[in-house]
Ligand binder design. Structure first.
Ligand code: NAD
Ligand code: ZN
Length: 348
């Protein structure tokens, strides 16, 4: 089959690789109908997340059709149209059965497409382990593109908002307006935010945020001072950080009022973040961070998308063939051509 294979920094190639094989009785094989590129893949593209030796298929965002299913899988059969949680577990332990696959007691929590042991979905097919708790039948009224957005980035945005404890009337800052930050704005508004300040340095992304009702703040200026000015010097009730850098986590922290909440979903790959204990203590700050437990978010998100209250597809700017994957990574990384989110079709 054809797949995008990660070979190292700025080296992700469209290649022929062996077809996926059913891993065990609990797994399934999915023919991919649509997949995406995630901001997380850029960390790999930049060579800063090399967990493993290169040579594996990348990406944790895909949806498609089951073509093979293990004997111990209870909830799915061949022919089912499904989306996959970007994060998988074992499907057998107490935590996985409760949907908390990020807490798998058998230490099987893993993300597709970042290690050779769990190849990802920028491919014609994927072997999915622990199918019963990793997959979801695409619900009625959910389009294929919406299904792909439910595999990771919409749940991550929603998780960031839940972790921010937003109450009706709250003021919120979102730092980083990639697809995750954009959808965090939408989710914050649904949670009842009265005002969302949206911070980034890319004009098109600021504009996109403004179009859904946020107030854009250009990060090339002093974003913290702007937010303090707009909140009577108090700061916002909650900030959601969707970049994953020391500088942006600091910005988000300094935007939050005394007693407020900072929720980080950006994947901070600069590992050693110097946490300001004195600042957190004196401001009674709550700081939350973590991997998104994707399946836990579906129960809230699916009805919101079905009802048209959330339209995550607004972030999709490009639909390309998988054979154009190398070009897709170039523009996604360079942020040219107005790109925000790219979907790819393995059939072309
Ligand atoms: P993205 O790379 O498309 O977006 C990042 C945005 O941050 C860009 O718009 C960029 O312009 C902006 N940015 C960079 N530096 C900035 C600065 N100094 N000030 C303001 N804005 C700045 O990524 P994405 O797909 O939106 O994902 C966002 C983050 O979420 C990534 O780090 C990704 O790895 C992470 N993520 C985490 C989880 C999780 O489970 N916690 C899941 C998915 C993605
Ligand atoms: Zn992702």
């Amino acid at each position: 089959m054809k797949a995008m294979i990660y070979h190292g920094e700025r080296n992700i190639l469209y290649e022929s690789v062996p077809d996926p094989q059913l891993a065990d009785d609990f797994g399934a094989v999915v023919k991919v109908d649509q997949c995406a590129i995630c901001g997380s893949d850029l960390h790999l593209y930049h060579g800063v997340q090399a967990y493993d030796k290169p040579g594996f298929c990348i990406v944790h965002e895909f949806a498609g059709e089951i073509v093979e299913v293990g004997r111990a899988v209870n909830r799915f059969e061949v022919g089912d149209k499904v989306l996959a949680s970007g994060l998988t577990g074992c499907s057998q332990c107490r935590q996985c059965l409760a949907g908390h696959i990020h807490l798998c007691e058998n230490n099987k929590t893993a993300c597709f497409g970042v290690v050779s042991s769990l190849p990802g979905g920028q491919a014609e097919g994927v072997a999915v382990p622990a199918a019963d708790t990793t997959l979801l039948k695409i619900p009625d009224g959910i389009t294929l593109t919406q299904a792909v957005l439910l595999t990771d980035i919409l749940p991550t945005a929603y998780f960031g908002v839940k972790n921010a404890d937003i109450k009706p009337g709250d003021t919120v800052a979102v730092v980083g307006l990639g697809p995750v930050g954009q959808l965090a704005i939408d989710c914050a508004l649904i949670a009842g935010a009265s005002q969302v300040y949206a911070i980034d340095q890319i004009p098109e992304r600021l504009k996109a945020a403004e179009l859904v009702g946020a107030e854009p703040i250009d990060a090339r200026g002093d974003a913290v001072t702007s937010i303090l000015d707009k909140t009577n010097g108090q700061g916002v009730d909650a900030a959601i950080e969707a970049v994953g850098l020391r500088a942006t986590i600091n910005t988000a922290m300094l935007c939050v009022r005394n007693g407020g909440v900072l929720s980080v979903v950006g994947t901070n790959l600069e590992a050693d973040f110097p946490f300001r204990m004195d600042y957190a203590m004196s401001h009674n700050l709550t700081f939350r961070i973590g991997k998104c437990p994707v399946p836990e978010m579906w129960a809230d998100l699916v009805p919101l998308v079905q009802a048209g209250k959330l339209s995550p597809e607004r972030v999709v700017t490009h639909k390309l063939g998988l054979s154009e994957g190398e070009y897709a990574y170039e523009i996604f990384d360079a942020r040219t051509d107005g790109v925000l989110k790219i979907m790819m079709d393995p059939g072309r």
